[in-house]
Design a binder for this molecule. Structure first.
Ligand code: 13P
Length: 249
């Protein structure tokens, strides 16, 4: 399994800014080891421009941060997996905690998106993670299992080679408060055990990424932990210098 180094640019960068950063990133990652894969999740409006400039950053794959689970239709404000692919994206995020909390996305909708996007040919990173109150109540395991169960409910296992999970504890996102090694190990073990149960014998093939205040100075330690197969980076991914340091950590 390749190590996945993923950048989530959230609502930052115009098309022009995205191409500049991606080109810089491509230069810095020209000698990316074969066993690593870099994906940048850009805003919708930057996707086509970035897709056209891909020759300048061949080491980097592109993704979108969200999609709607339908081929086309009267869904104002949404875009389909086919539109993402046509613009040069090969991956999509599903269930980011900001989508869950700020836009009231339900487990059910996230499950539909995950299954539909995989079927439509995209790779999917399904994001899961507990809030601070949930963790303090001792609900870590049930929350992660509920999100995974719903997220994977309609997924055909044939698509698992282009599926990954990102564990992003809500309390560690954008707060500078990174989860400690023991917390990451515990959560990733819960996720791995769930995947092993659900896909007898194949759960070990699914990448589990950690996300939440990953920086160049903690990436090496995090990537060295058991059951950590990559990272999903927000703030520190916006500059080519810091994200390339993470991708090469
Ligand atoms: P930060 O790296 O800014 O904490 O964001 C994490 C995240 O939400 C990635 O999807």
């Amino acid at each position: 399994m390749k190590l996945l180094l993923a950048a989530n640019w959230k609502m930052y960068k115009t098309g022009e800014e995205a191409v500049l950063t991606l080109t810089d990133l491509g230069r810095r990652l020209s000698s990316l080891p074969e066993d690593r894969q870099v994906i940048v999740f850009v805003p919708f409006t930057a996707l086509a421009q970035a897709g056209q400039a891909r020759a300048a950053f061949p080491a980097v794959s592109l993704g979108a941060q969200n999609c709607y689970p339908a081929e086309e239709g009267a869904f104002t404000g949404e875009i389909s997996p086919a539109m993402i692919r046509a613009a040069g994206g090969t991956w999509v995020l599903a269930g980011h905690s900001e989508r869950r909390s700020l836009f009231q996305e339900s487990d059910l909708l996230i499950g539909r998106k995950t299954a539909f996007a995989l079927k439509a040919g995209l790779g999917v990173i399904l994001c899961v993670g507990e809030s601070l109150p949930e963790r303090e109540r001792g609900d870590l395991q049930p929350v992660l299992e509920r999100q995974l169960e719903a997220g994977l409910a309609a997924v055909d296992p044939v698509f698992l080679p282009r599926f990954a999970v990102a564990y992003e504890p809500v309390w560690a996102i954008g707060t500078g408060r990174v989860a400690g090694p023991a917390e990451i190990l515990e959560s990733h073990a819960v996720i791995r055990a769930f995947l092993e149960r659900k896909y007898a014998g194949r759960g070990g093939e699914i990448g589990i990424l950690y996300g939440g205040s990953v920086k160049p100075d903690n990436a090496g330690t995090i990537l060295g932990l058991d059951n950590v197969n990559g990272v999903l980076v927000g703030g520190a991914s916006l500059q080519a210098e810091s994200f390339s340091a993470i991708a090469l950590a």
